[in-house]
Design a protein around this ligand. Sequence first.
Ligand SMILES: [Zn+2]
Length: 351
Amino acid sequence: MTKWRRLAIEAGMEFFRASGAHRLAEPYTRGLGAILMFHRVRPRLEQAFEPNQPLEITPEFLNALILRLRQRGVEILPLEAALSRLREGAPGAPFAVLTFDDGYRDFVEHALPVLERHHAPFSLYLTAGYADASARLWWVELEEAIRRLDRLDVIAGGRRILCEAATAAQKQSAFAEVYAQLRAGDEAELLRVVTALSAEARLEPYALTRRLCLGWSELRALARHELATIGAHSMTHARLAKVNCESAIFEMTECRLRLEAELARPVPHFCYPVGDPTSAGRREFELAARLGFASAVTTRPGTIFPEHRDHLLALPRLSVNGRHQSLAALDILLSGAPFALMNAGRRVMAA
Ligand SMILES: [Zn+2]
């Protein structure tokens, strides 16, 4: 997400928070329900340099969020049930689907007990290469490398980024600068730069993946859980729109095959890595259809409308993340009002 877009969203959230206008708009903008997106769940670390904090929530917040959903009369549905409601156009209470990306270890320790306590169904979108410990969590690597280094000197996007990274503030701005450059570039450059920084910081990337992500034996137990739905999230977490067609097909099918073989169940649902319009677009939506996926989720923000019945491979999600980790923000997001404003009233953004 660009800085300007993020600032516009922040301003929008503040407008709704102050005015309460979303409550008036809600009956028109809420839609049928929402797919909520989460990544890591763990207690707050309270460190000065935590650039990936927007990708995590605390177990207490997850608990409060589920209570608020139920208090609002929102039904927490398994993915399949929400999709059938959408396909059949069956009326019902507004729904929410809880989805957790990547397959982090902290899910079992911090999220699962909360979900079990509330008997709340959940979906896990798994990257097979993370379960193998053969793929890279490059954004965490970048964070860890910058945490260890006092100074950065890399070539990214055809220019040299040379900056001090001794203090927390310097590290924060160094992270923001390199991250923006890597997101703008292609997959090969991203891995080249992160590999160089990790080597300089003496990080072991695959040990990091193993430490943070669930392995196959734990995933097998989770997949059997009565509340769980398993979806595919690619082999290496490559941004599919940034790789050639054959590679994108490999990322999507191989992940599905591996998950189906390891977990002994069909895996018809997909989640595009990173999932914004620069990482998943029309070609990827068409590929998901050709490869026979029943549904696929993006990180394009929005609620679900009846019109999404014809766009099951480009479903939007709501990120109730570290940056918007409050029940007030949850209410605003669930109202759908910010997206009606942002998308000028268009309900489906699937182009
Ligand atoms: Zn992911």
